[in-house]
Design a protein around this ligand. Structure first.
Ligand SMILES: [Zn+2]
Length: 454
């Protein structure tokens, strides 16, 4: 050991160190190549075969309010009246379950499952592009964090919708100069529970009443910062959630019939208030959908999902607002929001139509996934081109002949969309614990070898 030249030892240590880092990063820092294509209004075929301009069809909703409450986990959104000694974070948002019980045709509360990494920037990218952002998204934007992939904000702007943003300034770096009006507030200081939220509250209600907007996005940070600073079991969290309960009530009171309200968390938090990983406490946020006009056929049915994947918000919002589904979206429309075939209200797509548009636009076509170089062992779902052609001709024939759609057709379209999402998720949104463990273990194992007195 003493005779080992110092330089050789250092080189050896460095190489061992970097191999370990390489292995760990390979398992943890997932890499994804971005698709730089944009969906258009004419991407859908009519039964006759020519492109249909579905942007011209009157959408179900002309406006939407998105309230993003950072780190709003599903546990915070539940209300249990039998709980006589609630903890600080329990039973503080009764407005959600109260409204769901009182107006079942107007709203739903779902667990809203994020894909890892459960960090705010990746989640904002996820629920605006519909894709599965990783820590390293390789695209054209090396010089900035701006999102160049197709996304909801871009599509809304293309059809002339005025998007007003207020809150977490991360949005301003992701969508520079993309908003009709933007009121960003600093998100950097996690000990600051109030600057962003109070900034929003100074403008939210006057903006809603003012009418100079079509889509209003407000991203609150207080709950997340409270988690980081104190954890969920702290009186400050009770105060923060109670404040958010009041905000949601005030927004509901000011909603018009043509407006959809979405209240959502971007991710959850652990019992210590942290997030970023793939544990259920970190992935399961809350999703609350509400409209003063009826939104659902009635109370929740057996067919409703137990959990809504976060990827599914993008295609659902796009079709409810009458814009193309962003190209990179791998999500699936939330079917309970669309009436079954033949029962659609004016301007609303039926479930089969929504699934058809979802299948035709707003997902990386199989070739794109493979062109991205992200090959996955289970290529089977993506290689079923023959099956896709059969589905297409069956759908077009159903619509042309005015036949009621077969349940099998809708099920096949759903199965296809699910397979696309699952394949992408397996490639981009799953940490590789084996590689991570190898990376952590590697330097120690090798150092033991170096210093072993042979
Ligand atoms: Zn956070």
């Amino acid at each position: 050991m003493k005779r080992l030249p110092v330089l050789a030892l250092l080189l050896c240590l460095c190489s061992v160190y970097f191999v370990g880092i390489y292995l760990f990063v390979g398992g943890f820092l997932l890499v994804r190549l971005e698709v730089n294509r944009t969906s258009g209004c004419g991407d859908v075929l009519q039964p006759g075969g020519e492109p249909a301009d579905f942007c011209r069809v009157r959408p179900r909703f002309s406006r939407a309010v998105l309230l993003i409450i950072d780190a709003l986990k599903i546990d915070f959104a539940r209300f249990d009246p039998s709980n006589e000694a609630p903890r600080p974070h329990e039973n503080k948002l009764p407005v959600l379950e109260e409204t769901a019980a009182a107006r079942p045709a107007h709203c739903r509360l779902y667990p809203f499952r994020a894909d890892p990494p459960t960090t705010t920037m990746q989640r904002i990218k996820g629920f605006t592009t519909g894709s599965l952002p990783t820590f390293v998204d390789v695209g054209n934007n090396f010089a900035s964090t701006a999102i160049l992939e197709d996304n909801l904000i871009h599509q809304l702007g293309t059809v002339g919708k005025r998007v007003v943003f207020m809150g977490d300034d991360t949005w301003e770096s992701l969508f520079p100069k993309k908003f009709h009006r933007s009121l960003p507030f600093p998100s950097f200081n996690v000990k600051d529970l109030h600057t962003v939220d109070n900034g929003i509250l100074q403008h939210l209600y006057s903006t809603m009443i003012g009418g100079d907007w079509d889509v209003l996005v407000a991203h609150f940070l207080g709950v997340d910062h409270c988690g980081h600073r104190f954890g969920p079991d702290h009186p400050a969290m009770a105060d923060k959630l109670t404040q958010m309960d009041g905000v949601i009530r005030s927004v509901i009171d000011r909603l018009q019939n043509d407006t959809l309200l979405v209240v959502m968390g971007d991710h959850g938090m652990t019992d210590t208030g942290d997030h970023g990983g793939d544990s259920q406490k970190e992935t399961d946020a809350a999703l609350f959908l509400y409209s003063p006009a009826p939104l659902f056929p009635g109370p929740p049915s057996q067919n409703e999902p137990d959990v809504v994947p976060q990827t599914d918000l993008v295609p659902t919002l796009a079709l409810l607002l009458g814009i193309p589904i962003p190209y990179s979206s791998v999500g699936q429309v939330l079917l309970p929001l669309f009436p079954p075939h033949g029962q659609g209200a004016v301007g609303s797509l039926s479930q089969l139509e929504a699934l058809w548009i979802n299948r035709k636009t707003g997902k990386p076509f199989p070739g794109d996934v493979l062109r991205n170089g992200q090959r996955h062992p289970t290529r089977e779902p993506l290689s079923a081109e023959g099956g896709l052609l059969r589905l297409s001709s069956e759908y077009l024939a159903t619509v042309r002949e005015g036949r009621p759609p077969s349940p099998e057709l809708a099920a096949s379209l759903q199965a296809y969309l699910t397979s696309v999402r699952d394949t992408c998720r397996a490639t981009w949104a799953r940490f590789n614990p084996l590689k991570m463990a190898a990376g952590v273990g590697h330097p120690g194992v090798c150092l033991l070898d170096v210093f072993h007195p042979v």
